[in-house]
Design a protein around this ligand. Sequence first.
Ligand SMILES: *Cc1c(COP(=O)(O)O)cnc(C)c1O
Length: 234
Amino acid sequence: MVNDFSYIDENLRIIRERVGEAFGKYRKAGDSLRIMAVTKTVIPEAVNYAVSLGLDLLGENRVQEYLSKKDFYEKSAEVQFIGSLQTNKVKYIIDTVTMIQSVDSIRLAETISRLAVKNNKTIDILCEVNIGDEDSKGGISPCDTGDFIEQISQLDGILIRGLMTIPPPSDSDIFLGRMQELFNEVSEKKKSVVRMDTLSMGMTHDYADAIKYGSNIVRIGTGLFGARNYDIKK
Ligand SMILES: *Cc1c(COP(=O)(O)O)cnc(C)c1O
């Protein structure tokens, strides 16, 4: 049976319309903004369909799932890692992802650095910030973010490009605003050691707000591919 992915056309049309609206309202021409297709639980055929519609950036959460799917992905799409990452799994993804957005410990940064050097490459990273200081979430506390970046900035093989966050679901507007402030503050202070040009925030429920607060990458899963079926893949 051939799958019908026309729902993705319609979903993407709506996303592009809302992104365009928010961008026009809050941002200036030339600002960088990318739409990432978040692929967890989504079959590669659907992912490739989204790529055929012009989405060129994929976000992966789980190492095992990514490894089972990556050979089926359209090669033209860039893949970035956005999920929590154990140090012993870095070796499986280091050669095929262009950015790791979820760096939240010195140990993880050191591991990525070591493997990048071994692979003769420099990999872009974002520092994941726990902007709501929630116990349930990974990420660096906002008040420690500057120091964290300072500490990992000297490592070879990695280039710190900015910050990523998943704000608390309620009051996300407030936290997106705080993220923008933190991003500006850290970028200014650490100018000499890093290239802070990427703020990754905004998901299906808050991407328009995230654009308002300066996001450069909105990460959209369900809004694009529909509700996730956790039974298919873990
Ligand atoms: C799942 C996920 C997303 C996408 O979430 P949706 O609400 O489905 O758009 C974005 N970022 C991360 C880190 C995720 O794990």
